[in-house]
Structures are given as C-alpha cells and as structure tokens.
Design a protein around this ligand. Structure first.
Ligand code: B1M
Length: 210
C-alpha cells in the first residue's frame, strides 16, 4: 500500500497519531503537499463522508476521523501555504443567535475543511451582523448557519437579510442547516442552499460556489 493510501486508510480509522507520522513520512519522501492533501487526507475524508451519508458510520466515527484529518492538515499547513495550494473557497460557519448547540455545526465545519474549504468558525449564539462582518473580513464566498431549535431557526432570516443589506447578495451565498431546518424553510427565508447533514453540506457548498 502506498503512503497516500495508508494516510487515507488511517484517517478513515481515526488514527490521528499514525496519520501525523505518515504525512510527515510522505513529506520526507518528497511528495507534494497538495498531492498528500488530495490523494491522502481528502480521499480518506471523502470515504468517511460517503459512509456517513449512507448511515454506515455515525457521529462519533466522523468526529474521530475529523480529528485525524486535523492532525494531518496541521503538519501540511505550512507546506501548503509555501507551495501556494489554494483553498477551494472560504466559508464562515456559526450557530444562529439564541442557539448554543454546536456539535452539528462543528461537524459541518470539519466536513467542509475535509472538502478543501478554509473554514472560519465564529461559534455559537452569533448575531446576524457578526456573520456578515466576518464574511466581509475574510472575503468569504459562503456563510453557513446552523440552528437546532424551532425557536431560533427563525433568526436565520436575519442573517439572509443582513447579507442582502450589506450588499453581499451574489457575492456571498448563505446556506442553512440543522435538525429543524428544511429545504422549504430555506426557500421561504430566501437562503441560497440547504443541506440535511454534514456530508451533503460540503457537496452543496461546492455546488454553490461552482
Ligand atoms: Co438541546 N435540544 N437544548 N442541547 N439538544 C435538542 C435540539 C432537542 C431536539 C431535544 C428534544 O427536546 N428532543 C430540543 C429542541 C426542540 C425544538 O426546538 N423543537 C432541544 C432543546 C429544547 C434544548 C434546550 C432549550 C433545553 C433546555 O434548556 N430546556 C437547550 C437550548 C439551549 C440553547 O441553545 N439556547 C438545549 C441545550 C442543549 C445542550 C447544551 C445540553 C446540548 C448541546 C451541546 C452542544 O451542542 N455542545 C444539547 C443537545 C446535545 C441536544 C441533542 C440531544 C443533540 C443535538 C446534537 O448535537 N445532535 C438534541 C436532540 C437530538 O437531536 N436528538 C437537542 C447531533 C448533531 C450531529 O446533529 O446538530 O442536527 P445536528 O447536526 C446535523 C444536521 O442537522 C446537519 O449536519 C449535522 C450532521 O449531520 N447540520 C447542518 C447542522 N447544522 C448544519 C448547517 C448546514 C448544513 C447542515 O449548513 C450550514
């Protein structure tokens, strides 16, 4: 098995220390950082995403794989920057105002990172203006808003409206998700995209910026 295949395999199993060692080994062998990212780490995370979507693995396995992904990308980051490998886009993610749930939002962030996005996580209980401010500051193509409560999902409209008022329409798209959120709700509040789970969120994000 090649070192890249081993990276993917160990990432799928969530073996963070082994992923770290293998990424370093691949760099030492002279492999290109972008190749290690795409054919090692992202290939592994892609498999995890597919299995998660198919209900073959669940939240704990995804979190463990995501931790391994993070360990590998930490080693790669300086080299990726030096080699000029660009993120496929920037997304600001946060949980809507009034809502303190962050497990789903964190998973979405990790899957986005796994899909090659630069993720700016602005936390929980985030006012609409802060989403917009952060999107402007970071030149983000996307804002991702998570809500877990029927009482807070209504605050998602404020984010859509704030983005429009700030002139971000067309430049920065807003996507929404979370257990009570539906495609119909997304359409109703005028958001650009909706995803039911973290793995589809990364797919939808890619479609939105395509
Ligand atoms: Co809360 N809670 N909670 N809670 N909590 C729920 C959501 C609830 C359904 C439980 C219940 O009553 N059955 C209920 C909401 C009812 C409703 O609104 N209809 C509820 C309630 C009522 C509350 C409190 C009000 C309880 C109280 O204090 N009386 C309170 C609210 C506090 C607040 O936010 N202001 C509260 C508090 C908490 C804890 C702090 C204890 C804790 C949160 C800890 C944390 O997040 N760090 C908690 C938890 C853990 C839950 C449950 C048990 C689990 C939520 C979770 O993390 N799921 C939940 C019941 C349940 O769902 N079974 C519940 C796993 C997570 C991976 O799924 O977040 O849905 P989820 O994310 C998914 C998708 O939705 C999607 O991808 C993720 C992965 O596939 N997704 C996106 C999420 N965001 C997305 C964004 C996208 C795209 C997809 O694009 C941007």
């Amino acid at each position: 098995m090649s070192v890249l295949e081993q990276i993917a395999e160990n990432l799928i199993k969530g073996k963070a220390n082994d992923v770290k060692t293998l990424v370093q080994q691949a760099l030492d062998e002279g492999l290109d950082a972008g190749k290690i990212l795409n054919e090692g780490l992202l290939a592994g995370m892609g498999v995890v995403g597919k299995r998660f979507k198919a209900n073959e693995v669940y939240v704990p396995e995804v979190l463990i794989a995501a931790r391994a992904m993070k360990a590998g990308t930490e080693i790669l980051k300086p080299r990726l920057a030096a080699d000029g490998v660009k993120a496929c886009g920037t997304i600001v993610v946060g949980t809507v105002q009034g809502d303190l749930h962050d497990i789903g939002k964190n998973l979405v962030g990790m899957m986005m990172e796994g899909a090659g996005f630069k993720v700016i996580d602005i936390g929980i209980n985030v006012p609409a203006e802060k989403f917009v401010e952060s999107a402007k500051e970071n030149n983000a193509e996307l804002i991702g808003v998570s809500a877990l409560l029927t009482t807070t999902m209504t605050n998602m409209k404020a984010v859509v409206d704030a983005a429009k008022s700030a002139g971000l329409a067309g430049k920065t798209k807003v996507m929404v998700g979370g257990a009570p959120v539906t495609q119909a709700f997304c359409d109703e509040i005028g958001a650009d995209g909706y995803a039911a789970d973290a793995a589809s969120a990364a797919d939808v994000a890619k479609e939105l910026i395509a």
